[in-house]
Design a protein around this ligand. Sequence first.
Ligand SMILES: Cc1cc2nc3c(=O)[nH]c(=O)nc-3n(C[C@H](O)[C@H](O)[C@H](O)COP(=O)(O)OP(=O)(O)OC[C@H]3O[C@@H](n4cnc5c(N)ncnc54)[C@H](O)[C@@H]3O)c2cc1C
Length: 311
Amino acid sequence: MLRRVLMAVSASDRMEKIVTTAPIARDVVARFVAGATQDDALGVTRQLLDRGLLVTLDYLGEHTTDPDQAAAVADEYISLLGRLSGGGHARLGAAEVSVKPTAVGLGLGEHGEKTATENITRICVAAREAGTTVTLDMEEHDLVEPVLRMLHELREDFPDLGCVIQSYLRRSEADCAALAAAGSRVRLCKGAYGAPEQVAFTSRREIDLSYVRCLKTLLAGPGYPMLATHDPRLIEIAGAQAILAGRPVDSFEYQMLYGIRPAEQRRLAATGARVRVYVPYGSDWYGYLVRRLAERPANLGFFLRSLASKR
Ligand SMILES: Cc1cc2nc3c(=O)[nH]c(=O)nc-3n(C[C@H](O)[C@H](O)[C@H](O)COP(=O)(O)OP(=O)(O)OC[C@H]3O[C@@H](n4cnc5c(N)ncnc54)[C@H](O)[C@@H]3O)c2cc1C
C-alpha cells in the first residue's frame, strides 16, 4: 500500500517540485547518490575501487521527452567513458556504465526505439574504446519487449551489452532461459516499478521464489550472471547455488546499490567474490530516490526525520 502511494507520488510533478527544491532532501539524496557531477561520480568510484569493489555508473534521468535531451544524455555517458579510460587510476576502467533506455529516447513516440538504439550504439562504441561495458537497465513492464528487441539487435555488434531481468515479472524465468547463453551478461533484480497482477507477482514470497528460479537458470547456463540484491537470504542461496553449479568465483558477480548495505558489499568482496556497486550521479535524482524510499519504509522514516531535524 505504502509502496503504491509512493510510486504514485513519484509520477506527480507538483510533489517533485516540492521535494527537489527543499534543502532538507539533501542529506537523504547524499546517502544514495554520489553527487551532481562527473567529478563526484569519479571520486566515489575511486574510493570503491580502492576497497576492492567494482562499479557501474548511472547518469540519473529517465523518460526524456525530446530527442536533443536524449542525445545530450548519450553525450554525457560518452564524456564519462572518456574519463574512465584516461582518469589516472589504474583500475578506473573496471567501472562500467548502466543506461536507462527511456533516458536516451525510448518512449519518444514512434521513433523512440530507433533514437534509443542510435544513442546506445554511440555509448557502446565509447565503452569499447574505454575497454569497458554497458548494461541496459530495465524500467516499466511495458518496455520489456522493446528493450529486449534493442538488446538482441545491439548484441550483434556489441555481444557484451548487458541487460536486466526483474524477478517480479511472470515472464522472467523464460527470459532468463533464453538469455542464459555464452557471454551473455544478465543482471537479475527483484524489480522496482509498479506492475499489474496480470504480468507480475505481487507477494514478496512469490517474487523471492521467482528470483531463486531465475538465478538457478542463469547460474546453470554459460552466461555471466550479475546477481543484484541486498537480500541476505538470496545472497546466501546465490553463493550456494554457484558452488553447486561448479562456478568459479570470477564467472559471476553480486551487485548492490550505492549507500545500501556497504558493510555487506565489503564483506562479500573480502571472500574473493566480485561485487559491483551501482553508483548514480547527476541532479535528476527524484525518481531514483522515490524508488529507494518505496523499497524500504525505514528509509522513509530517515527522510522524515531529516525533514524534522532541519526545521
Ligand atoms: C545493482 C542494482 C541494479 C538495479 N537495477 C534495476 C533495474 O534495472 N530495474 C529495476 O526495476 N530495478 C533495479 N534494481 C532495484 C531492484 O529491483 C530492487 O528494487 C532493489 O534492489 C531492492 O530489492 P532487494 O533485492 O535488495 O530486496 P528487498 O527485499 O527489497 O530488500 C532486502 C534487504 O535489503 C536491504 N534494502 C533493500 N532495499 C533497501 C533500500 N532502498 N534502503 C536500505 N536498505 C535496503 C534491507 O536490509 C532489506 O531488508 C537494481 C538493484 C541493484 C542492487
